[in-house]
Design a binder for this molecule. Structure first.
Ligand code: PMP
Length: 390
């Protein structure tokens, strides 16, 4: 079979669901088995699989044109409309978007932009963070296990503890940027104090460092607001988006002020370039995705739905349930138990998943459109699986 023979594997133990189709909160395999997707393709299908408004936007764009030119040269309606919509939803200081292909590219490019804005070279990042798998993003990722075989990285990165205000003095006028996930996702949903992010913002302003928020996982409604920064009353200098941004299509963005973005146009010209960034079909999908997110009540409802998960997921073996909206980590007593629960759920047609750097917890990141009944059923099954894994 090509999957195990001619397709590169990323681990020795892939879930290997043989996908036939997907719709809303569900995926079906070729044998007709139905799975409730409680991870949204890892925080991607926030509005569910194949939302009709997104599918229609893709088809309409496909009937006009696909790729015509690398990002930035031609005027394309789908890019303009998406950038306009973002500017209408974001603060004035985040009024200029650069569209890329993925989360890691958004991170890489935002680090380059911060260097150009400040003329500085060093960066501060957070321990236990995850920002992507390419060299620049791995340089600012605080996960030793994922990094150790791939050195050397981009020099000049200082790591500080996330949510520890006593370390903020280590951010100085040498630093071009501080990069942070407002809520650390792959560390197992680590939620900072509101005062910490405010103090981080103040320190960056004081020393002239660019504050980059990696909202690749927290964005697009997942935390109960369109972007997580809105709930912390802190505005970053650069905002990185990807994952759920494209409504299931591959697109990322880094967003800043027009004045900041100008730096990428000179010294050198074409300071960041990408062939496929801002692909018109992906931009059309991303705009449709935003239209759905801003017209449905789903984001508003996350508060009580997340609370429902919390009310129903009561078990003596649950060490902790960390959650912020629909970013949830169910911590159990061991990695082994997590494996058994995830496998048992899969047998029953429920998809939960691991975290990159928190092996004794499993991830729940359902589509925002999941119903109360589906939550009740899923939680009852999760409790049974935890019972069986004792
Ligand atoms: N930043 C964060 C916070 C992420 O969660 C991820 C993906 N897990 C990335 C960056 C990298 O995104 P991509 O896989 O699209 O490169």
């Amino acid at each position: 079979m090509a999957f195990s023979k001619h397709l590169a594997q990323t681990s020795p133990y892939p879930m290997a669901i043989d996908v036939d189709r997907a719709e809303g909160c569900y995926i079906w395999d070729k044998a007709g088995k139905k799975y409730l997707d409680l991870i949204s393709g890892i925080a991607v299908t926030n509005i569910g699989h194949r939302h009709p408004h997104v599918i229609q936007a893709i088809k309409t764009q496909l009937d006009k044109y696909q790729h015509v030119i690398p990002f930035g040269e031609f005027i394309q309606d789908s890019q303009n409309n998406l950038a306009d919509k973002l500017a209408s939803l974001l603060p004035d200081s985040l009024d200029c978007s650069y569209f890329v292909n993925s989360g890691t590219e958004a991170v890489e490019a935002s680090l380059k932009l911060a260097k150009r804005i400040t003329g500085r070279h060093e960066v501060v990042a957070m321990k236990k963070s995850y920002h992507g798998a390419t060299h620049g993003s791995l340089s600012v990722t605080g996960n030793e296990v994922k990094k150790q075989q791939f050195r050397p990285f981009v020099p000049g990165t200082t790591f500080i503890d996330f949510n520890d205000p006593s370390q903020l003095h280590r951010i100085t006028a040498h630093h071009a940027a501080v990069i942070v996930e407002p809520i650390q996702g792959d560390a197992g949903v680590r939620i900072p104090d509101k005062a910490y992010l405010a103090a981080l913002r103040a320190r960056c302003t004081e020393v002239g460092s660019i504050l980059i928020f990696d909202e690749i996982q927290t964005g697009m409604g997942r935390t109960g607001s369109l972007f997580a920064f809105e709930q912390f009353d802190v505005v970053p200098d650069i905002l990185c988006l990807a994952k759920a941004f494209g409504g299931g299509m591959p697109i990322g963005a880094f967003i800043s002020s027009r004045a900041n973005m100008e730096f990428l146009t000179h010294d050198p010209v074409l300071g960041h370039i990408t062939t496929f960034g801002g692909h018109p079909v992906c931009c059309a999908a991303a705009l449709a995705n935003l239209e759905v997110l801003t017209s449905e009540k789903w984001i508003e409802d996350i508060g009580y739905k997340s609370q429902l998960f919390s009310d129903l997921l009561k078990h003596k073996s649950i060490v902790e349930l960390r959650r912020f909206g629909f970013m949830m980590a169910v911590e159990l007593s061991s990695e082994n138990m997590v494996n058994r629960v995830i496998n048992d759920l899969l047998d029953k047609g429920i998809i939960g998943f691991y975290f990159l750097s928190c092996r004794n917890a499993f991830r729940l990141a359902p589509p925002l459109c999941i119903s109360e009944d589906e939550i009740r059923w899923a939680c009852a099954e999760i409790i049974k699986s935890i019972d069986a894994a004792q």
